[in-house]
Design a binder for this molecule. Structure first.
Ligand code: PLP
Length: 412
């Protein structure tokens, strides 16, 4: 698939009001922190505005025009998420606050059946939100958390994976794309191996849903978690996607309104899916605005988004690699939107602050991956993360800013 041409990207950038702003006085903003959160096109901002100006009402309860409209738009958003990710049944789409909440839901509800001796397999490159929820349920049940190690190029060690996968492995929970290294993991093959072993699989799609065409019917995982805010949608909304059979077999998560069928003082029965897992008033406006983000990226086309991001990030990786004093943290065969690096003799926090003075927003720190930092032998890294609206000229601005930082530190 052909990446967007520079003129097309220029046009796309006009849809994002924030990309027109300046920082630190007169510096054009270069936003390379998309793995943390992406920017929002005007249609998403307007969808949110329209919802609160015209539709705002609680869903599934009121018998008036606004409540009916809000319910129809909220349920249409659910159907849109299901369709976008190739899920077979919208009833299997649970709206959550995002990837973190989705993984916690699975760990707490599905994980209740775990027993002493059972194993939960993750990897060393996981985000804390795909580590800590498993530790919490492991502590309660006596299960053990194990991690697939990495190769020197920053990829999953697939031989070690096959050795670690054994009859005790009840859950494999993996990120499809590393937020820290940019590595795209071969999850389809790994899911097939895990399923053949009788293991349930969760895929953390926080970084893949924004960058890759996803077809859950083909991928074959049991659970998929993602966040709207990384895919041009609003913060505070995301989803857990699973088969209705699996969700029906799980106990509910939080109790309250919406998730019940009958309540007495002694006991309660549960609502049908997906409401069984959506206690309380949901985040209606953000779900509706997320649907608008999906319309936007679907119109651009996920295959073209993938090709565009790969082109710009691969160019950035090779130019950063050639830059004196810069070392890449990983050399994966396939990259998502992120490239991370270290500058010799300058702490990543200083690098981020100095390049920010040139208007370039990058990330510094452990990027919520402390076990990965331990593996790399560094407490922190710098990360430039791209989306389809980023350009090669912006990488040039990053490289110029890096040169200034090195001069200031007297290492150029
Ligand atoms: N997993 C990965 C790979 C991520 O990159 C992130 C966020 O950066 C998360 C999980 C958590 O996402 P959220 O904070 O939207 O819940």
């Amino acid at each position: 698939m052909k990446p967007f041409a520079p003129a097309e990207i220029c046009k796309i950038r006009e849809d994002f009001p924030i990309l027109q702003r300046k920082v630190h006085g007169d510096r054009d903003l270069v936003y390379l922190d998309n793995a943390a959160t992406s920017q929002k096109p005007l249609c998403v901002i307007e969808a949110l505005n329209h919802y609160y100006r015209q539709t705002n009402a609680n869903v599934h309860r009121g018998m008036h025009a606004l409540a009916e409209e809000a319910t129809a738009d909220y349920e249409a958003a659910r159907a849109k998420v299901a369709n976008f990710l190739g899920a077979t049944d919208p009833k299997g789409v649970i709206f959550t606050r995002g990837t973190t909440e989705s993984i916690n839901l699975v760990a707490q509800c599905w994980g209740q059946q775990l027993q002493a001796g059972d194993e939960i397999l993750i990897s060393v490159m996981e985000h804390h939100s795909n580590i800590v929820p498993w530790q919490l349920i492991a502590q309660r049940t006596g299960a053990t958390v194990k991690a697939i190690p990495l190769t020197s190029s920053g990829e999953l060690d697939l031989e070690a994976f096959e050795t670690l996968l054994n009859p005790k492995t009840k859950m494999l929970s993996l990120t499809q794309i590393s937020n820290a290294l940019g590595t795209v993991n071969p999850v389809k093959e790994m899911i097939a191996k895990a399923k053949a072993n009788g293991t349930t699989v969760l895929i953390d799609g926080a970084q893949s849903a924004p960058h890759l065409p996803i077809n859950l019917s083909e991928l074959g995982c049991d659970f998929y978690a993602c966040s709207a805010h990384k895919m041009c949608g609003p913060t505070g909304i995301g989803a857990l996607i699973a088969s209705p059979e699996l969700l029906n077999a799980m106990p509910p998560w939080q109790g309250g309104g919406e998730m019940i069928d009958q309540v007495t003082i002694e006991s309660s029965t549960w609502a049908d899916l997906p409401y069984k897992f959506e206690a309380g008033t949901p985040n209606i406006g953000d779900a509706i605005a997320w649907a608008s983000a999906i319309d936007y990226i679907q119109t651009l086309g996920m295959a073209r988004i993938e090709a565009t991001v790969q082109e710009v990030v691969n160019d950035a990786a090779s130019r950063l690699e050639q830059e004196p004093g810069v070392r890449l943290t990983a050399h994966p065969t396939e990259r998502g939107g992120a490239v991370s690096f270290w500058l010799d003799e300058i702490h990543p926090h200083d690098v981020a602050q100095l390049v920010d003075q040139s208007g370039v927003a990058i990330r510094a720190g452990h990027v919520c991956c402390q076990p990965l930092m331990k593996h790399l032998g560094h407490p922190a890294l710098n990360r430039a993360s791209y989306h389809f609206y980023n350009t090669q000229e912006e990488t040039t601005r990053l490289l110029e800013a890096i040169r200034i930082a090195r001069k200031i530190f007297g290492v150029a």
